[in-house]
Ligand binder design. Structure first.
Ligand code: PNS
Length: 160
């Protein structure tokens, strides 16, 4: 039986922290569905299509990773895809409150859905997409935070 997990998020843009978690997830399951939320409730820097394209670029044809978009509730998406595992990253204690609330709410909506929290590599724990966007906007060096295609996309986005 093929084991699958959904790794949902905004991915605006995908960082090395996200990539690290996908890699770690592949040690646990056969296939990872990276699910980019259509309505993440934010004003994204990158369009949905751009975020998917960047994820595809950094995944570099990895056959065990599928990049998709989803609209509506994560619980409904997981139900439709017949997936029972959701992966989320926990970087610091500050992540825990929101993440546990979301995990419990998703369980309420879909009792068979289990949220698995993974801790990224220590040297990536300080990373977040929002910090990456801010550093790039202010012309800082993000080469240690994102893969080259994302760095290039950020440069273009900010007209450099
Ligand atoms: O990377 P993010 O922004 O922390 O990801 C949050 C995301 C997209 C996973 C979360 O907002 C989500 O699941 N959105 C889909 C809508 C939904 O199911 N909301 C209720 C969550 S309990």
């Amino acid at each position: 039986m093929t084991t699958r997990a959904i790794y949902p998020g905004s991915f605006d843009p995908v960082t090395l922290g996200h990539e690290d978690l996908i890699e770690r997830s592949l040690h646990l399951v056969d296939q990872v569905i990276v699910a980019v939320a259509v309505n993440a409730g934010k004003d994204p820097l990158f369009t949905l299509e751009e975020r998917v394209r960047l994820l595809d670029a950094v995944m570099n044809g990895e056959p065990r990773v599928e990049v998709v978009t989803f609209d509506g509730l994560l619980a409904d998406f997981a139900k439709v895809r017949g997936v029972h595992v959701v992966i989320r990253g926990l970087r610091a204690v500050s992540d825990f409150e929101y993440e546990s609330q979301m995990a419990l709410m998703n369980r309420q909506l879909y009792p068979e859905l289990e949220t698995v929290f993974l801790v990224p590599a220590l040297h990536l724990t300080y990373l977040s997409s929002s910090l990456v966007r801010e550093i790039a906007r202010l012309d800082g060096d993000v080469s240690g935070c994102v893969s080259p295609p994302v760095e290039e996309a950020l440069r273009k986005k900010y007209g450099r």
